[in-house]
Ligand binder design. Structure first.
Ligand SMILES: C=C1C[C@]23C[C@H]1CC[C@H]2[C@]1(C)CCC[C@@](C)(C(=O)O)[C@H]1[C@@H]3C(=O)O
Ligand SMILES: O=C(O)CCC(=O)C(=O)O
Ligand SMILES: [Fe+2]
Length: 394
């Protein structure tokens, strides 16, 4: 990636945290400097060959990837019986899901009902987009404060610890009021007619993800004893996020991270990683890798579902590492409720032994918090909850 820096400084527009006021030039000199500064532009096709890693991509010593991460023994849950309507299989699957979610919030699912050709197309079409020249990708450039669009290394959002990745994120809505070709339309609008087929593939992929995630919500409801339909109904008409992650090779992979340590702020993540490997989960005080499994999806619950479960189930810390030899791709579907639905645990999960752990909030407020005020990390929900309380006390 080529860095276009100013003569005297590199743009490092800071990230607004809740406490910091917006940054504005205070003097004529500051204003001139600001005018002189050019936004950072990164080109993945160049950076992958660079032996010298720009400092913004070098992570602090205590966050750098460890050379060898032991494998995490993640439960592999066979959904075949459940999806074919077998009540005993459903009960067994819900118990396995519950055990995983009480422990670290990660599990694998196989016999999930998603066509393997669709998964293969979703992976191969990523190459069509990310192998484009930077200028072509920037026609879908993410706008400040928005969660959709193309982003390369998140320049302009963060001033340090930049992730070694490019991403393309777009909305998927299951709302019956929404057009049923939102995803296809997104690609046509921002990338043009030649991307119509690509848009159709991701439209179909998101529909398959929606169906799978609602099924998993049934298992989560059963495992928490609130009934099979509770969370399924909560997420009917969901307004979710599909993200394509593209991690270029890196000449110094021990200095960088593809995606930094975080808990997903969303409700449920359905991730399909390619065969390169790089996903790591922090369990029992150490980073453990989740090896690729082409027939399986990696499922993890996020902060919003942790709040819905009143903290019974854990949103788990994870990250992605990169390597020197080959690009890595992952498809991440983030299930999110309709934006103004109030996130509140079912009454059955709140009692004198389990008081409320988090305040009521809407997903739109948490999403805005991560896009405009706070970089999602390992404590997003705790900081957000405090922010909500402070806003209420104003
Ligand atoms: C709601 C979201 C914000 C992020 C994408 C989805 C779910 C995961 C979030 C993220 C990946 C957590 C790590 C930091 C982040 C900035 C990133 O590395 O991409 C987060 C995403 C985002 O804010 O764009
Ligand atoms: O690419 C991966 O394996 C993980 C990506 C991730 O955690 C995310 O996009 O939230
Ligand atoms: Fe994540």
């Amino acid at each position: 990636m080529t860095i276009y820096c100013t003569a005297n400084a590199t743009v490092t527009r800071g990230l607004l945290s809740p406490q910091q006021p917006p940054i504005s030039p205070s003097s004529e000199r500051d204003r001139k400097d600001e005018l002189l500064q050019q936004p950072l532009e990164f080109d993945g096709a160049v950076l992958r060959h660079q032996p010298n890693i720009p400092t913004q991509f070098v992570w602090p010593d205590d966050e750098k990837p460890t050379p060898e991460a032991p494998e995490l023994d993640v439960p592999v849950i066979n959904l075949g019986g459940f999806l074919s309507g077998d009540p005993v299989a459903a009960m067994e699957a819900s118990e396995l899901v519950g055990k995983a979610c009480e422990k670290h919030g990660f599990f694998l699912v196989v016999n999930h009902g998603v066509d393997r050709r669709l998964i293969a197309d979703a992976h191969s079409y990523m190459d069509l987009f990310f192998n484009m020249p930077l200028q072509g990708k920037q026609s879908a450039q993410r706008k400040p404060g928005e969660h959709t669009g193309y982003a390369s290394s998140f320049t302009g959002r963060f001033s340090s610890k930049l992730p070694w990745k490019e991403t393309l994120s777009f909305r998927y809505s299951a709302d019956v009021q929404s057009p049923n070709n939102l995803v296809e339309d997104y690609f046509l609008t921002f990338l043009g007619e030649q991307f119509r087929q690509l848009g159709r593939v991701y439209q179909e992929y998101c529909e398959a993800m929606n169906k799978l995630s609602l099924g998993i919500m049934e298992l989560l409801g059963m495992s928490l004893g609130v009934g099979r339909t509770h969370f399924r109904q909560f997420f009917e008409g969901n307004d979710s996020i599909m993200r394509l992650n593209y991690y270029p090779p890196c000449q110094k992979p021990h200095l960088t991270l593809g995606t930094g340590p975080h808990c997903d702020p969303t409700s449920l993540t359905i991730l399909h990683q390619d065969q390169v490997g790089g996903l790591q989960v922090f369990v029992e005080e150490e980073w453990r890798c989740i090896s690729p499994h082409s027939e399986a999806f990696v499922i993890n619950i996020g902060d919003t579902f942790m709040a819905l479960s009143n903290g019974r189930y854990k949103s788990c810390l994870h990250r992605a590492v990169v390597n020197r030899d080959s690009p890595r791709k992952s498809l991440a579907f983030f299930l999110c409720p309709q934006s103004e639905k109030v996130v509140r645990p079912p009454v059955g999960l709140v009692d004198k032994d389990h008081p409320r752990k988090y305040p009521d909030f809407t997903w739109s407020s948490l999403l805005e918090f991560t896009q405009k005020h706070y970089r999602a990390d390992r404590k997003t929900l705790a900081v957000f909850s405090q922010w909500v309380q402070e806003e209420e006390n104003k």
